[in-house]
Every structure is written in structure tokens, then in C-alpha cells.
Ligand binder design. Structure first.
Ligand SMILES: [Zn+2]
Length: 224
């Protein structure tokens, strides 16, 4: 009993140190391996995902697994250097560790959804996707359910920089007076819905007024 209390205290402290908001929702898993980064022991699913991501020619580095307590962990994640577009690299800003499935879906969306929509609708290739990050040990806003961000399995998109220097910012431009800008954002929303299981936009609720939440997986897609 004393040991259990101690374990909970340690988990709570770890959660606080990791910037966790809210109370622990799941039993803490013990680290199963060290995270020196020198040797990566990957699951078969992660190895298959990394191989698939490698074929896209995105630049990425596999990261060692990390457990933060309170159900929060980064397992099978990568650090993306850049994404591959039709005509070269697409930069990505402010994105830390991200799950391999999320990185793979992001790569496909960036190239075949965003870059091509930017060319066709706005007349300029995409240069950079600006994010608000992925991993964050927290619950879904207003609930006691752990967010997909707590396992780095979601990405928040703040906006885009085009090769001609224009910036399209979700917070400012979702309801832009420019029909082209609005059409671009609706088009890339629709393409995200084909590649991610959950897509939340400013149309969903106030918590998403300034970004698109992209989360892979799920049996049925949830697109709002
Ligand atoms: Zn999010």
C-alpha cells in the first residue's frame, strides 16, 4: 500500500514536471527500456511505419521511447526535419516528437493536399507548414479523457507560408474575405479528412478557433 502510494506520488510529480494539465487518468506504466537514443528497440508496427515514411523521402529521425507517467508517453515517435513536396522540401515549424502514423499522414497531406491546393487555388507552392506542436500531456479540453496529444498522436496546424511569401493563418483567415483563401482552407480541410481519423477546425468549437487538430486512426472518421 505504501509502495503504491509512493508510485502514485512519483507519477504525479513526473506529470507536473512534464507540464501535465489535469489529473492522472490511467495507471502509470513503468519505462520498459532506457532512452539514451543510442539503441532503438522498435515494435513491428513502428518498424513498418518508419519504412513506409522513409519511402516518402520526408526527412526524419526516429526517437527513443519516453514515458512521462499519467498515461503520457512518446512511443514510436519521430522528429521531422522536412516534408517532401512535388518540387522539393516543405518546411515544418514548431513540431516536436510526433507519432510515426501522424507523421506519415502529415507527409501525404502536405504534398498531395496542401501543396497542390496552394498551387491550384492560390497560385503559389507551399513553403512551410506552421504548427502548434504535437506532444502535450493533457486531457481533451473540458473532459477527463486523455488527449491524443498525450501520446504525440495529434498535430495542431496554425497556418501556412507560401513560396511567394504569403501567410495563411487559421485564426485570421478561416473566414477570410478572400474567396480563394476560404476555398483553400476548406479544400485542405477536406483532404485532411481523407487522411486523418479526426479533424477538428474552427467550425467545431472555440477551443479550435486558431488551429486544425489532425489525428490519425479511428474506425470512423470524425471531421468537423
Ligand atoms: Zn490538437
Amino acid at each position: 500500500m505504501a509502495r503504491a502510494s509512493h508510485a502514485i506520488l512519483v507519477a504525479s510529480l513526473a506529470a507536473l514536471l512534464a507540464g501535465c494539465i489535469g489529473s492522472p487518468e490511467q495507471p502509470t506504466r513503468k519505462p520498459s527500456r532506457s532512452s539514451t537514443g543510442s539503441s532503438l528497440s522498435q515494435s513491428p508496427q513502428t518498424r513498418a511505419c518508419l519504412a513506409s515514411l522513409g519511402t516518402t523521402r520526408a526527412s526524419f529521425t526516429p526517437l527513443a521511447d519516453q514515458y512521462y507517467g499519467a498515461g503520457c508517453a512518446t512511443l514510436g515517435t519521430v522528429k521531422l526535419g522536412w516534408l517532401q513536396g512535388d518540387d522539393g522540401r516543405l518546411d515544418i515549424s514548431n513540431l516536436g516528437p510526433v507519432s510515426c502514423p501522424a507523421a506519415t499522414a502529415l507527409q501525404g497531406w502536405a504534398r498531395f493536399g496542401v501543396d497542390r491546393a496552394a498551387r491550384q487555388i492560390l497560385g503559389s507552392p507551399l513553403a512551410r507548414i506552421e504548427t502548434m506542436g504535437s506532444y502535450s500531456c493533457r486531457n481533451v479540453a473540458g473532459t477527463s479523457r486523455l488527449s491524443a496529444h498525450a501520446t504525440a498522436n495529434a498535430i495542431d496546424i496554425a497556418g501556412f507560408r507560401l513560396a511567394d511569401g504569403r501567410r495563411i493563418i487559421v485564426a485570421n483567415d478561416w473566414n477570410s474575405s478572400s474567396p480563394q483563401t476560404r476555398a483553400f482552407l476548406r479544400t485542405i480541410r477536406d483532404s485532411a479528412c481523407k487522411r486523418f481519423g479526426t479533424v477538428l477546425t474552427p467550425d467545431y468549437n472555440a477551443a479550435h478557433r486558431d488551429h486544425l487538430h489532425l489525428e490519425p486512426g479511428g474506425l470512423k472518421s470524425f471531421c468537423r
